[in-house]
Design a protein. Structure first.
Length: 613
């Protein structure tokens, strides 16, 4: 123990002498007592009842006696009893003592640990008592084996704090849904866990977000991680380092890590039609709760299929219908047949009658617009698409032309692109008119752009018309292509590509994808016209080739798709790009995910770290 009781006694004597010294100077009425130096010494544990490592324990409570009054901090987060009980023990302060009162009957012949974490501090200055585990057994022996490891988010690879890591003796796959674990520990801010004093046998190991603290997995509401194989402890508690200072970063980083668990929220949402809003007179949606719904039949009353068009979201869970016929009924009705998740979690066919209606505020606005149109002579509204040339993406994508409503006519013969020189001479340029694969409302004008050059896009009257009959007036939009010296460019030279991958460029915080591309063959990938700054590069092994990262699936015991962050010459995951820089990075895709430490030892028990990909 770092600070002994003798230090506390010495401190008290010193304080008493200092007080007498102040009293002897009572004639000085100008200065008040200072109160002495600040207390920086943590509490001292005097004794425990029963003694630590006691066997054949049959009591109802455990008591810790300290030399001073103790404050309890975040009990629900810091204090963890293993094995857990349905009703958590009551942790309370009694004078200078801390009592742990058991509210459920303890299991027979089991070793128990009570991990107090950072819950104990002195009452005055908040000096933390070093992390402490109290151990006892309801049988005749103390189990002495241990597991250590780290829990990381499977997508971001960030450490995950306050996650429950659990062991099960029952090797049935249903145990994590129905039973309490035989041992539990919680991760700290480093994502680190230490399961101590467990028996030397085979276990299933899980990590659980456990939002409701019931020690059971609730699918669809909580994140979970699991190992592919059974685990058997190979090391004893005595082999683990004893860290008494929670701020000792070097010691914390050197802790042994035997297991890495990657936690994710599996996609177990049920399939059903969530809503079917009518957004405009000629526009409505079908919104489903799950990706790729199976619709066997959909019919709109009074409207034939050629008189509408459908816009799909990326995963087809939102279908936007645009009605393009000459007339539209005042009230829209439809019938739908699709597969819906039933009470047994099976997809079963269902029929439904739908009636669409505008929101009250939309109805009110339409009535107001109609009244204004009848009362006054107003200018006929014109179609005004949003036209933009992005400095970062324009050289590759071109000019973006976005409509508010579905266009039904686009006459490219009435669209002109001019290049303007320093003398203001205009030269007509060839261009391509391309639709956006992700949106029926967006299009691009692409050409052979010259950097640092002025261009003009001219759209003549009636080039565009939409489903409401609106047409455009003359539109003139000028812009200048960017100076490449302002930006950065990075090229990834990919080799040994034998699978499908997703390459993402992220911001430094890793909370936003800035650029993304799919990879299925070797070659070079260029991310150009990037602002100077710090970036992170993420690779995802797209095992099912659906173009997105997929979480774990408990039903088939499928791990989340593998993710790795690229590390650079300084071993950092941060890519520093300076203005006017061109970087080329070679990547051997065969080595990028091998070995992947989802179920392997990543750091030896002596604390030496292995290669981290």
């Amino acid at each position: 123990m770092r600070n002994s009781i003798f230090e506390k006694i010495a401190y008290g004597l010193a304080a008493a002498v200092f007080s007498l010294f102040l009293c002897s100077r009572c004639a000085n009425t100008q200065a008040g007592p200072s109160g002495g130096p600040k207390d920086t010494i943590p509490p001292v544990l005097l004794k425990t009842t029963p003694k630590t490592n006691a066997t054949y324990f049959s009591g109802k409570k455990v008591e810790l006696a300290f030399n001073e009054y103790i404050a309890l901090k975040e009990i629900s987060k810091n204090v963890v009893m293993s094995p857990p009980s349905l009703r958590k023990p009551l942790v309370q302060r009694r004078g200078k003592n801390i009592q742990v009162v058991f509210q459920d009957t303890l299991w027979q012949n089991k070793t128990y640990t009570i991990d107090f974490g950072n819950a104990l501090a002195d009452n005055n200055e908040g000096n933390l008592y070093p992390p402490y585990k109290f151990v006892f057994s309801t049988g005749g022996t103390i189990d002495s084996m241990a597991f250590t490891g780290v829990v990381r988010d499977a997508y971001t690879l960030d450490p995950v704090e306050n996650t429950a890591v659990m062991l099960y003796e029952n090797l049935s796959d249903s145990a994590v849904y129905k039973e309490l674990p035989i041992a539990i520990a919680r991760t700290d801010s480093w994502g680190y866990f230490s399961l101590q004093n467990v028996a030397p046998r085979a276990y299933h190991m899980y990590a659980l977000e456990d939002k409701n603290s019931n020690y059971r997995y609730d699918p669809g509401n909580e994140k979970i991680a699991f190992l592919d194989t059974l685990v058997i402890p190979e090391h004893t508690v005595s082999m683990l380092p004893v860290i008494t200072d929670s701020k000792d970063t070097a010691a914390l980083e050197a802790r042994p890590v035997e297991r890495l668990l990657l936690i994710s929220a599996e996609n177990v949402r049920k399939q059903f039609l969530v809503e079917y809003p009518q957004l405009e007179k000629r526009k409505f949606q079908l919104v489903f709760n799950q990706h790729y719904p199976v619709i066997t039949c959909f019919q709109i009353e009074g409207i034939n299929e050629p008189d509408y068009t459908i816009e799909y979201s990326r995963f087809r869970d939102t279908l936007t219908y645009w009605l393009t016929g000459a007339t539209v009924p005042d009230t829209l009705r439809a019938t739908i047949e699709y597969l819906k998740t039933d009470s047994l979690n099976n997809l079963s066919p269902i029929d439904a009658n739908l009636q669409f209606s505008l929101k009250k505020e939309d109805q009110a606005q339409q009535e107001k617009d109609k009244k204004n149109k009848n009362d006054t002579v107003t200018e006929i509204p014109k179609l005004q698409p949003k036209i933009n040339f992005s400095e970062q993406l324009g050289m590759r994508r071109g000019i973006s032309v976005a409509f508010n409503a579905l266009p039904v006519k686009i006459d490219t013969a009435k669209i002109n692109l001019f290049k303007i020189d320093e003398k203001n001479n205009r030269t007509k340029e060839a261009f391509r008119w391309l639709s956006d694969t992700a949106s029926r409302l967006r299009f691009y004008v692409q050409a052979k752009w010259v950097t640092i050059t002025e261009y003009e896009l001219e759209v003549l009257p009636d080039a565009f018309s939409d489903i409401y009959g609106l047409v455009n007036d003359t539109i003139v939009n000028k812009f200048t292509t960017p100076n490449p010296d302002k930006f950065c460019h990075i090229t990834f030279d990919l080799s040994n590509v034998s699978s499908h991958y997703i390459l993402q460029l992220l911001n430094e915080k890793k909370d936003r994808v800035l650029r993304e591309t799919l990879i299925d063959k070797a070659g070079k990938v260029l991310f150009d016209y990037l602002p100077s700054g710090d970036y992170v590069v993420r690779f995802i092994e797209d095992a099912n080739q659906n173009g997105v990262w997929d979480a774990c699936k408990m039903e088939t015991k499928t791990q989340p798709e593998k993710v790795t962050l690229m590390r650079f010459s300084d071993a950092s995951e941060i890519l520093h790009l300076r203005e006017n820089s061109e970087v080329e990075q070679s990547v051997d895709m065969g080595k990028l995910f091998t070995p992947f430490p989802a179920t392997q030892e990543t750091i030896a028990l002596d604390g030496n770290t292995g290669d981290e990909k």
